[in-house]
Design a protein. Sequence first.
Length: 235
Amino acid sequence: MQQLSQLSLPIPYKRGLRGLSRGQFIKHLRKRYGPQLLKDLNVLFHKPFWNLTDVAQKHGFSREYARQLFAQIYRIPYRQIQERKARVRRAEESALNCTKDPVAKLATYKGKKKMGAQVELMVKQKCEELGFEYKCEPNGGSIDFEINGYMVEVKSMSKSRKTSKRGPKYFGFYLLESQRKLADFMIAYVWPTQTFYVIPVTDSQYRFYIRDGVSTHYSAGTNHAEHKEAWHLLK
């Protein structure tokens, strides 16, 4: 497999867009942003999951400006490097046990999707710890895991809500129709308590509620208590 580090660097511009030589332009960038910017731009050649958005967010400017800097310094459109990196990334992912490994997702996802990828990574690590056989996204993304032959969908919630005006708060988990048809189990993760629930899925049940015992005074008892950390159900 061809490594990005083995790709030859293109010949840089002799004159920058600012009318400066390449050396003068690089000196200008070092003075304004520090030497780390040039290192981060160079890493774009070698690191499959490092992209222009990461450089821009780190140094406080737009992705478009990062793209212009890259093109000005290396005299090559970033799109070409992006295509090469995508090929390397796909080759690395196919070599893993997962089609879309949670580690790769963590490197690219942002916000809530990144939180979901973090939970998937914890599930993967738990499977390895327990000696379970697993595959990630065995049907091309329609389900999260196949664990010991069971189809498993992973969900997580960080906030609880009331289902009635005077009732307690619950963490609500919902399966889409396509997920209900495939899933044998749902693994639900509650962030405030850092707890997993391994819940069997039936045709008639696709909404699951776990009582919040942290942020309300209804701390005694919780739905699906028998499924709390019930990893043995997947054996």
